[in-house]
Design a protein around this ligand. Structure first.
Ligand code: 3HC
Length: 696
């Protein structure tokens, strides 16, 4: 696991300890034992003057082994903090030679060293907050002592990495290697061993107060916005604040307590579930299939979705040909894209040069013929089967034989589109989420005849453009939107039964959703689901309960934020939903017409009705094989629908509540509200056999 090498250099002897634990050099129990032994030997060896710690392969270390958390292995000695204190208290200079990535416990190990040298590609971060924990091996105490409270607050509460230049600027590293990293680290170690200045160690006393005492409050507010409802960022801030009043040992003790609290909490378990779920979703069903290279992409439609997709591709350096029906529509779309990029430049997220480079990658056209040589076309036209079929048959004529044809439909049947072409195996769905240049989720929809190579190619492209691809099957709405239907249905029923829009949305926001379903409807535009309901009206069974609230709102011309009113009203230039008494009246009328006796509705009922509607539909989706894993559904909801990461996604949430309890409540709803609540057979099977969705 760890290879200990003693390299004899011309000027003396250095023990080079190389962390070797593929794939990410994580610091699991076996590795810690080996590292502890190697460190103690090097310290005891009179021939060794200095110790260099580095990582094998492309990275230094990805941190503690997350899979060992909440298992006995995590408390197996030596603990990470023991190793760090051995490095720090070593009588011989210790130098971290940081090759590539140093994250979490990996960076904390480097912070225990007396010196840090990194290569120019190195990056450093303490991403524990994203896993619902905090840097638990001294990171919250040593980083502020090394680089100051303000910079440490930024790094620890964001969880984001910084690069080598910033590392040097902050004083996190001592030098950037210009040649052989390990050789330079050895030289630094030997120089230090030779020096008469004494061992360089971080101060054990409290750190200097920040210039602005308000920084902690600002950090708390920022964390509240970014990690809505998560406990970990607040605990991180408390630990950093502790450095102002405590010495290192006291601070480390405080940090350890807070870490234990977090690691045993359901929030962190949920966040770690999402970490592994994302990685599982990104794995191809057939790992041996090779993706094809995608060098040029055509995008059909320069509206909100098409523009966002074109930007995502250009952001990754992929040339795009953007096709619209007419010049006016093309110009409108182009202006929106330019404005979006300009806004990023204004916010200093992008420089002017990068903006121009990206825009230059997007060629605009109104001629299908210009798509003749692209490797992939993503159609993002109006959501109408006839419109899309016509586009696909045109593409079939002009594009080269091996082209992949993808549709950005959010619910239409990919097999029908494939049938409009002469190459069904090359047709696939790519459901992006709005805004497509920002949202990380991509539902990759596999048609009945889509080839494994085409799926592999889209998965690879997704990774290149920074998306999380999740493979789903064909059905109305695929996974995400299919589940949204019963979720919003229940929200509308709850209105008729006695809740107000603000109460439904408020309860779900307090549960952790980024937005409630009614506010989300107003944002997306109420006409979209209205059109779908009208389409389905002729086949809707008359005996099934149907809420006419949303239809009545649309009939009044209230289509959501774009008309300044929907379930709420909006003031000019504001997206802030304001409750509207007119809607309360309308809801009462609908309830009366449907013969519903309105009553007091509790927040708990709102959560159960909406969440269990998601879970029951999710179980059916799993049964039908539309999703491959229950954790894929969780990824879709967390990455695409604002589901709170600290609850791990709807299926993980149901596992946390306990499937027997979820089923009992659904059976009660079934008895009270009728067949829309028929429990999914898979849910019954799991609950009765004492299993969970995660056991599937
Ligand atoms: N522990 C256990 N497994 C890990 C891991 C970790 N810290 N980091 C990654 N893995 C696993 C992944 O699950 C994946 O496993 P799989 O092949 O079975 O699916 C495999 O390693 C490869 O991971 P990626 O696909 O993510 O590889 P990439 O090359 O794309 O990314 C990485 C590498 C940037 C290191 C990324 O894996 C990552 O961000 N890892 C997590 C880093 C992190 O959060 N570290 C903090 C850990 S907590 C900690 O250190 C606590 C301490 O303060 C006490």
């Amino acid at each position: 696991m760890i290879s200990k090498q003693i390299k004899i250099l011309p000027t003396g002897q250095v023990a080079i300890l190389t962390i070797q634990n593929p794939p990410v050099n994580s610091l699991g129990s076996a590795l810690r034992v080996a590292l502890g032994k190697a460190l103690n030997e090097a310290i005891a060896d009179p021939g060794v003057l200095a110790i260099v710690l580095t990582g094998a392969g492309k990275l230094f270390s990805g941190g503690a082994d997350i899979r060992e958390f909440n298992t006995p292995l995590t408390s197996q000695k030596p603990l990470l903090r023991d190793l760090i204190s051995t490095l720090e208290n070593s009588p011989k200079p210790t130098v971290a030679a940081i090759n590539g990535i140093a994250l979490g416990g990996g960076l904390e190990l480097a912070l225990g060293c007396h010196y840090r040298v990194a290569d120019a590609q190195a990056s450093f971060g303490l991403p524990e907050v994203k896993l619902g924990v905090l840097p638990g091996a001294g990171g919250t105490q040593r980083l502020p002592r090394l680089i100051g409270v303000e910079a440490a607050l930024d790094i620890i509460t964001s969880g984001d990495s910084i690069n080598a230049d910033d590392g040097l600027r902050y004083g996190l590293i001592d030098q950037i290697s210009v040649g052989d990293l390990v050789q330079e680290a050895c030289q630094l170690g030997l120089l230090a061993a030779d020096s008469t200045e004494g061992m360089r160690r971080l101060s054990r006393g409290p750190v200097a107060a920040p210039k602005d005492p308000g920084v902690f409050e600002v950090a708390r507010q920022q964390a509240g916005r970014r990690y809505r409802g998560c406990m970990a960022p607040l605990e991180c801030i408390a630990c950093i604040e502790k450095t102002l009043t405590s010495d290192l040992d006291e601070g480390l003790e405080f940090e350890r307590e807070r870490f234990q609290l977090l690691v045993n909490d359901d929030q962190s378990k949920a966040q770690r579930h999402v970490f592994f779920a994302e990685r599982a979703a990104m794995k191809l069903p057939d790992a041996d299939v090779q993706p094809r290279p995608i060098k040029h992409v055509g995008v059909v439609g320069a509206g909100t979705m098409g523009g966002g997709i074109a930007m995502s591709l250009a952001n990754a350096g992929i040339p795009v040909v953007l096709l619209e029906r007419d010049q006016a529509a093309l110009d409108r779309g182009w202006k929106v894209m330019k404005d979006n990029y300009a806004a990023s430049v204004k916010r200093k997220k992008l420089d002017q040069f990068a903006m121009e480079q990206r825009l230059a990658l997007i060629k605009r056209t109104v001629e299908y013929q210009d798509l003749a040589n692209v490797d992939l076309v993503i159609e993002a036209a109006f959501e109408d089967m006839d419109v899309k079929k016509e586009i696909f048959s045109n593409l079939d004529i002009v594009c080269k034989p091996e082209v992949i044809l993808a549709s950005n439909t959010s619910r239409l049947d990919i097999n029908v589109l494939a049938a409009a072409t002469s190459r069904r195996s090359h047709v696939i769905g790519t459901h992006f989420f709005s805004p497509a240049n920002v949202m990380r989720l991509l539902e990759v929809v596999q048609g009945a005849e889509t080839s494994p190579e085409v799926i592999a190619t889209l998965f690879n492209l997704a990774r290149v453009i920074g998306k999380i691809p999740v493979l789903v099957g064909v059905c109305d709405g695929f996974v995400g939107n299919r589940m949204v239907s019963p979720y919003t249905r229940e929200a509308h029923f709850l209105l008729e039964e006695g809740a107000s829009p603000a109460q439904v949305d408020g309860a779900l926001r307090r549960f952790g959703m980024a937005m409630g379903p009614l506010q989300m409807g107003d944002m997306a535009g109420l006409d979209i689901s209205w059109a779908a309901r009208k389409r389905m009206a002729p086949t809707r069974p008359a005996h099934i309960r149907y809420s006419s609230v949303a239809d009545r709102i649309c009939e009044m011309g209230r289509l959501g934020q774009k008309t300044k009113n929907g379930f709420y009203r909006y003031e000019e230039g504001s997206r802030n939903p304001i409750p509207d008494p007119m809607i309360d009246e309308l809801i009462k009328e609908c309830a009366l017409a449907a013969g519903i006796q309105r009553r007091e509705i509790s927040d708990a009922e709102i959560i159960q009705r909406t969440m269990y509607a998601l879970v029951n539909e999710g179980a059916r989706i799993l049964e039908e094989g539309i999703a491959q894993r229950s954790s894929d559904i969780d990824v879709i909801y967390v990455a695409g629908y604002g589901f709170p990461i600290f609850r791990g996604g709807p299926m993980f949430y149901a596992d946390t509540v306990g499937l027997p309890e979820v089923l009992a409540t659904i059976e009660r709803f079934h008895a009270e509200h009728g067949e829309l609540w028929t429990p999914a057979p898979l849910l019954k099977e799991l609950a009765s056999s004492g299993r969970k969705f995660s056991d599937l």
